[in-house]
Design a protein around this ligand. Structure first.
Ligand SMILES: [Zn+2]
Length: 140
């Protein structure tokens, strides 16, 4: 899901697909403030995520699909998110066991040394704030 500040591999990927460099990228890093997210060429996962191998592969597989930057593809990827199909229960269980991961759902969060902005979550937050604003305005 969800928090990913995330994302693009290559210009001529057809030729690069089998090269070691492309296969190795992005690199995996560890942060307690997220279950998993993508920042440029790095995938950040929770240090204990390896204890749930199926969830680990679902998350890393999802983050690999993100582009290096931030594009429409990334937004669609997070809204559709069929990568977590069948793993949602494990996902939320993992989050409640490791509550710091909720920090990763905020539009702005600190992952490793990076302060990150999640465009998708920011969009959701603005929509939610607008909704609350209109509800309050119509009540008062
Ligand atoms: Zn994502």
């Amino acid at each position: 899901m969800v928090n990913d500040n995330c994302r693009r591999l290559s210009i001529s990927s057809v030729n690069l697909e089998n090269s070691v460099e492309v296969y190795l990228m992005p690199t995996i890093q560890y942060s307690e403030n997220t279950v998993g997210c993508r920042i440029g060429d790095e995938i950040w996962v929770h240090p204990k995520l390896y204890t749930e191998p199926e969830l680990y592969h679902a998350i890393v597989g999802h983050e690999r699909k993100h582009t290096k930057g931030f594009s429409v593809k990334d937004i669609t990827l997070d809204i559709v998110n069929d990568d977590l199909e069948g793993h949602k229960k494990a996902y939320w269980k993992f989050m409640f066991k490791n509550p710091k991961t909720f920090l990763g759902l905020l539009p702005i969060s600190k992952i490793g040394p990076h302060w990150t902005l999640d465009g998708t979550m920011l969009g959701f937050s603005i929509l939610a704030a607008a909704l609350v604003w209109f509800l309050l305005a119509s009540l008062l």
